[in-house]
Design a binder for this molecule. Structure first.
Ligand SMILES: Cc1ncc(C[n+]2csc(CCOP(=O)(O)OP(=O)(O)O)c2C)c(N)n1
Length: 610
């Protein structure tokens, strides 16, 4: 064991343990929290990483199960920039594969850390929690590594010293794998043998800051020429538009540069569906999210009728069906001729940063966006719901928009996959302290994430409001919109809102079935029972709830929820019928019917899209 033999006594005395190095690395990457579930193989890791008496460790938050821990780590990656999940070996890590697949798809740097058998345990005997039927003649130890690897992730089991006196590089490997997640915006999976947690490892010298972790500056050549080309196109244009994709999610620097560019030239910007939530939609230049016929805003009219040049930034390489208006042919930007594509190919989008820095150095014209937009705006005023209308998916977004318009505090929306997800594209969002006010997994589309996500949002809002200098009458609020099927997927996570003493409003869109995608009357679509009393459930969690039937009643109770602490739930009795659907779903259903050749639908679709 002795390093002294090799590098001398003073070197030996300053060696940290692997656990200490891991803790230092996690905190370097901004991780103050880990979401997880314990177990015998993770016990040493938990002891080594937990907050110490000086409070300079990490807070380990227990989740209801490992999949939820993984989903909460994904939410953490969305809002904190990096997520951390800790589980035990196999039984604990394998349930995280679903969250890991989400993280791969949504480009989230999440570090999945799993305990593992001690190096000295391997090859001696089959180990509990491994995949080992009683007829096996050989023990397998690597199934979790292989499972995560099959998702296309970088995986590694850290290893200790092989020969006495040799260096132990486990700490350094941990840093390198975590840094890789950060640079590539992809999850990684790391197993840590339990006997290595307290073993000494070679000390590492962390970079001075995250900005210095890698890759030098932009190495793609030709920036000057690209900048000149964009400027000359701007010179010709009257009504340019920036179209922004979700690769901006984790690049605050680029986001700020683009905003500065938009302001300097007075160019409006829209996002893809997947980048919704990144920008304050109350800012005059922000046109909201655009997705062809599925968008019902004045911003869409501007894009389709006025725009004559599009700068498309940080959108995906391959067209993604739901982001290009479900291939209905109505996504005008997808087929726009006069367009510059800036996809970004460098790590941390350094190529795009260089281009926008270049553009900002130039003095160019300021476009007359405002008068053009005002003209369109005065024509298309949204129809407000009467207060005595029944509240349902058809008027939910408008109702919430009315509430948000009158409230300076942002609602951070967490729409769950199902009808709620589609309805949420008509929400107009304010900027929140978190930098995100609409959070889901829009591309992967996994049900079961809204409460694990909302837990993280509610925790961060609580921490930030406690730190805020001025106490406000009420704070920003996490608002979950969720079907009953989706709610019942994950309601065990509610216990953590009670335990964490955090606040959330849950809009429970109850229709007693898994409605979205329902195709038939089979038992499989029945996710609820009409006798189920959601109010008794909420009161078990010490929350408040009410069934609201009219728009007016919903508004009054929603405002009251904003003042209440803990869990507030609004039950809406949603009718699974066509005219109660959100605009987005009505259109999607119409399109599907017209594709199926139903004559009325074909006519209606043509009228809509001509
Ligand atoms: C993990 C997962 N399982 C299944 C699906 C497929 N799916 C999408 S929406 C949906 C039904 C949603 O029902 P509910 O939550 O009740 O909301 P509703 O559509 O009725 O408003 C299902 C099963 C999915 N997206 N993710």
């Amino acid at each position: 064991m002795s390093y002294e033999m090799n590098f001398g006594q003073s070197y030996n005395e300053q060696l940290p343990s692997l656990g200490e190095t891991m803790s230092e690395v996690i905190r370097f990457f901004g991780g103050q929290h880990i979401y997880g579930v314990g177990g015998d193989f993770a016990a040493n890791l938990i002891a080594a990483l937990s907050s110490n008496e000086q409070g300079d460790g990490i807070q380990i938050n227990p989740s209801s199960n490992e999949m939820h821990a993984g989903f909460s780590a994904c939410a953490q990656a969305e809002i904190d920039g990096m997520g951390f999940c800790l589980t035990t070996y196999m039984v604990g890590s394998l349930p995280c594969t679903s969250a890991a697949a989400l993280a791969v798809t949504e480009s989230l740097p999440v570090v999945f850390i799993s305990g593992a058998p001690a190096e000295s345990e391997v090859n001696q005997v089959a180990i509990h929690h491994t995949i080992h039927p009683n007829a096996s003649w050989k023990a397998e130890y690597d199934n979790a590594l292989e499972a995560f690897s099959a998702l296309g992730m970088r995986v590694e089991r850290l290893q200790g010293q092989r020969v006495e006196g040799h260096p132990n590089i486990a700490g350094q490997r941990f840093y390198q794998i975590v840094a890789e997640a950060y640079k590539n915006k992809q999850p990684v999976f790391i197993e840590v043998p339990r006997d290595q947690v307290f073993a000494k490892t070679q000390p590492i010298k962390l970079p001075s800051s995250l900005a210095n972790i890698c890759c030098g500056s932009n190495i793609l050549a030709g920036t000057e020429l690209i900048v000149e080309n964009i400027l000359s196109k701007l010179e010709q244009a009257k009504s340019p538009v920036l179209y922004l994709g979700d690769r901006l999610k984790h690049n605050e620097k680029l986001k700020l540069l683009i905003l500065a560019f938009a302001e300097k030239f007075n160019i409006p910007y829209a996002t893809t569906w997947f980048a919704k939530g990144l920008f304050d939609e109350y800012v005059p230049l922000c046109l909201g999210a655009y997705n062809g016929v599925f968008t019902q805003t004045v911003g869409r009219e501007y894009i389709e009728k006025s725009a004559d040049y599009v700068i498309d930034v940080a959108t995906s390489i391959i067209p993604q069906d739901c982001n290009i208006a479900f291939a209905t042919g109505t996504h005008k930007i997808e087929t726009f001729e006069n367009k510059t594509l800036l996809k970004g190919g460098s790590l941390l989008e350094k190529d795009l940063v260089a281009i926008f820095e270049g553009l900002l150095e130039k003095n160019n014209k300021s476009f007359d966006f405002d008068t053009q937009f005002q003209k369109l705006k005065s024509k298309g005023n949204a129809k407000l719901s009467a207060g005595d209308d029944d509240i349902d998916f058809n008027n939910l977004a408008q109702t919430l928009n009315d509430l948000q318009a009158q409230d300076e505090h942002a609602y951070v929306y967490l729409p769950e996959v199902g009808n709620s997800y589609f309805a949420s594209y008509s929400l107009k969002i304010r900027q929140s302290m978190l930098g995100r006010s609409w959070l889901t997994n829009p591309w992967y589309g996994a049900m079961g994430t809204a409460l694990p996500y909302a837990r993280v949002v509610a925790q961060r809002l609580k921490e930030l409001s406690e730190k805020a200098v001025q106490a406000t009458s009420h704070k920003e609020r996490a608002v979950v919109i969720i079907g009953d099927g989706g709610f019942h997927f994950q309601l065990n996570e509610l216990i953590h809102f009670l335990k964490d003493q955090t606040d959330v409003t849950i809009i429970y869109m109850r229709n007693n079935i898994f409605h979205l995608g329902k195709s038939g009357e089979g038992a499989i679509y029945h996710c609820n029972d009409k006798e189920f009393d959601v109010h008794s459930l909420v009161s078990a969690y010490q929350g408040n709830s009410k069934t609201c039937t009219s728009v007016g009643e919903f508004k009054d109770y929603f405002k009251l929820c904003n003042q209440q602490s803990g869990i507030s739930l609004i039950e809406v009795l949603a009718k699974p019928v066509e005219d109660r659907q959100s605009n987005e779903l009505k259109l999607l259903n119409l399109y599907i019917k017209s594709q199926n050749g139903q004559p009325d639908a074909v006519k209606a679709w043509q009228a809509l899209t001509q």
